[in-house]
Design a protein around this ligand. Structure first.
Ligand code: HEC
Ligand code: HEC
Length: 250
């Protein structure tokens, strides 16, 4: 009998110590205030839980969000992709439904579910400190096959597409690399260090803001678009002129 009691007491003690330990360590992991997390949870239950589950565990209608981190929420909600409204091959960017404060609360709540990438620091976003030339070679090696060399975007298979990067904020460019939304691969800090990411941002800003003094740049889609333009408009102008000239000589 004494042995059984001793065993029970031992189990109780280790269980209690374990619970205490995990509680303190998870409390340490949270940097956001608990009121943000509470508000975020309310918003989450009202707007996201139908698809992502009551505590972010996921359902048939949406993936689990445990461990996606604050960065994924800030990107998805901040670009208006979430809450998802229409089913389609890809969630589209639209007018954001939540303001900055609510987005931060939602991000804090999802981050409290499990560790994941945090929202990038201001320091890593300052494109003016980045090197656009180095960013250009990183962009051509890692991004251009989907987004085109100057970030003009391009079509992918099954109705999906890589968007034009012209009006995307620095923070969202960083978060897109960090979290890899939908068909985009994740570029974690081992692939592209925070400094590399800043160079990429500097490059994207540089090329999307460069004016085109030579005239209409045809979406910078390259020689195929330019060739087609000349083929249709240049050639029809030449044919039209020939027809006009020969009709006058009669
Ligand atoms: C109508 C269903 C629906 C609603 C409502 C919805 N989502 Fe989603 N969500 C999805 C689906 C589906 C995906 C997966 C998209 C994909 O990868 O193709 C997704 C993806 C995400 C991701 C990316 C996960 C990752 O792995 O990076 C985040 C973050 C997210 N949702 C957050 C939210 C938040 C926050 C809300 C509420 C404001 C919300 N969602 C509301 C369906 C929904
Ligand atoms: C395999 C193709 C692919 C590669 C490679 C790729 N992306 Fe993407 N990217 C996508 C797709 C698809 C989306 C749209 C995802 C969505 O709508 O959720 C996207 C979205 C983005 C967005 C968000 C745009 C917006 O309108 O909000 C940014 C920014 C971005 N990518 C930057 C990059 C950068 C920088 C790189 C290289 C480091 C890169 N991408 C590499 C396919 C790709």
């Amino acid at each position: 009998m004494a042995l059984v009691v001793l065993l029970l007491v031992g189990l109780l003690l280790t269980g209690g110590a374990y619970a205490l330990f995990t509680q303190t360590s998870s409390a340490k992991a949270e940097t956001a205030s608990s009121s943000d997390i509470e508000e975020g949870q309310k918003l989450f239950v009202a707007n996201c839980a139908t698809c992502h589950g009551l505590s972010g565990e996921g359902s048939k209608a949406g993936p689990g969000l445990i461990g996606v981190g604050a960065a994924a929420v800030d990107f998805q909600v901040g670009t208006g992709r979430m809450p998802l409204q229409a089913n389609g091959p890809q969630a589209r960017a639209k007018e954001p439904q939540f303001n900055d404060e609510q987005t931060a609360q939602l991000a804090a709540y999802v981050a409290s579910l499990g560790p994941g990438p945090a929202i990038p620091e201001e320091e890593n976003l300052d494109g003016s400190k980045g090197d656009p030339a180095a960013g250009g070679s990183l962009f051509r090696a890692n991004c251009a096959m989907c987004h085109n060399v100057v970030g003009a975007g391009g079509a992918l298979t099954r109705g999906k597409y890589a968007p034009n990067l012209e009006d995307v904020s620095d923070k969202h460019i960083y978060e897109a690399m960090q979290t890899g939304p939908q068909n985009m691969p994740i570029f974690n800090d081992a692939n592209l260090t925070p400094d590399d990411k800043r160079d990429v941002i500097a490059y994207v800003n540089e090329v999307t803001e460069t004016p085109s003094p030579g005239g209409f740049k045809l979406g910078s889609l390259g020689p195929v678009a330019e060739g087609l333009f000349i083929w249709f408009f240049g050639l029809s102008a030449v044919i039209g002129l020939t027809v006009w000239l020969s009709s006058r000589s009669k």
